[in-house]
Design a protein. Sequence first.
Length: 258
Amino acid sequence: MSQLVNTSLQGKLALITGCTGGIGRATAIVLASRGCSIAQPRRTGCSISSGSGSLRNVRRLHTEVVDTLGHPDILFNNSGATGKVIGPKGNIQDLDIEMFEATWKLNTGSSYLLTQLCVPHMIDQKYGRVIFCSSSSTAQGTGGVIGPHYASSKSALHGLLHWLASRYAADGLVLGSFTPSLSNPNCPFFQTCNAVAPALITDTGMMSNPNPDYVKLIPIGRFGIPDEIASIVELLVSNGYMNNKILVADGGWTPGAF
């Protein structure tokens, strides 16, 4: 099989935030089955807590992983929180600026900072995978079922990934060794950056007790499960030609080309 499709992740280290349950845990299991090591720091687990110390926690998490296991080759920015739920018919006056800021700091700021900390090593070694867990609320045109603070914090991740994917793919072309070329088709991609955008996934912190009426929104007639999202992350990790993409997984709720 071509070197461009990695059937084994042996020797790679993945840092998955929020890997104690739900999508994060399912992804950790599937990547480990491919030979990938999973970072589980001693003090902070794989979680990034909300609140004023969330960005300090990000730095502490990264330092602990590097000191104990080495630099991550794969980063799955999976941590997030909904904050207050007001739903699609809520009132914007019911969300104060403090809630908006806290949601953005955790869902967007922590992903930005952790990516910023991990990317330099990926550049140095000419290999890396950065994946964001966003939300299909960003693609529906409705803002989803949580509220504007959550939907906007996840939408921001798409702008971030587009910049990252374009920036470092372009560097690869300039340097001539990061991405495949006609002269060297077996040269592996140095770095890809993508996102998975799930909706209404059960057995997660957000959907521990889902409103049964939400099933009516999904054409296939059921909620998703974490393993189904983990299999998409596995694809994005193992396929070096997938770059600058947002893969929506919502049972057909959102029509789209990807």
